[in-house]
Design a protein around this ligand. Structure first.
Ligand SMILES: [Zn+2]
Length: 178
């Protein structure tokens, strides 16, 4: 039998269901059960894989980030909570000591999303490099951390179409409707 592995293109359909399914065994998660989210950045695009706790113990590939979620109990009319905490954690990882240039687009769009959600505030702009290598830098800090560190985000050259693709990826992964 063919192994059931969700591809990133399947996310739209799998996330449209009331509860997600395990990437490895395909089991649907019961309301109230915990599962593990793993986030990878594949060719510059964010990709989420979810595992039941049993399958997660068997997985050896190291994700860029991971977090636990709980399937909400069915309560009519209650919107799913935003995963802003996890998006903030991803932001911190993307601004870690070893900044990977292939993450520039995701890093920039995560930053914009968190500004829009008022998790980050913009503190201004800076520039780095000279001539053709000149790059604009966005300066932000966490809104709750008035004396907190300033994060520097290089502004990549990116088309509107590519912006939309990555923003939609993140919106699905982090449940950021609205
Ligand atoms: Zn499983």
């Amino acid at each position: 039998m063919e192994k059931k592995v969700a591809k990133s293109s399947d996310w739209e359909s799998s996330l449209g269901r009331p509860e997600p399914v395990c990437t490895a065994c395909g089991a649907a998660f019961e309301p109230g059960s915990e599962f593990i989210n793993q986030m990878f950045i594949v060719e510059g695009r964010p990709e989420r894989r979810v595992y039941c706790l049993a399958c997660h113990e068997q997985v050896t590939e190291e994700p860029f980030a991971f977090w636990r979620s709980k399937v909400p109990m069915p309560e009519a009319g209650k919107p799913r909570p935003l995963d802003l905490e996890f998006l903030a954690e991803l932001f911190r990882r993307l601004h870690g000591d070893q900044v990977d240039p292939s993450h520039d687009e995701v890093r920039y769009i995560v930053t914009l999303l968190l500004i829009r959600k008022k998790v980050l505030v913009q503190e201004g702009n800076d520039e780095e490099g000279e001539g053709d290598a000149k790059c604009e830098i966005m300066l932000t800090r966490f809104a709750k951390e008035k004396e907190g560190p300033i994060y520097r985000t290089p502004v990549p050259l990116i088309t509107a179409e590519r912006m939309d693709v990555i923003r939609d990826d993140l919106g699905r992964i982090f449940n950021l409707q609205s």
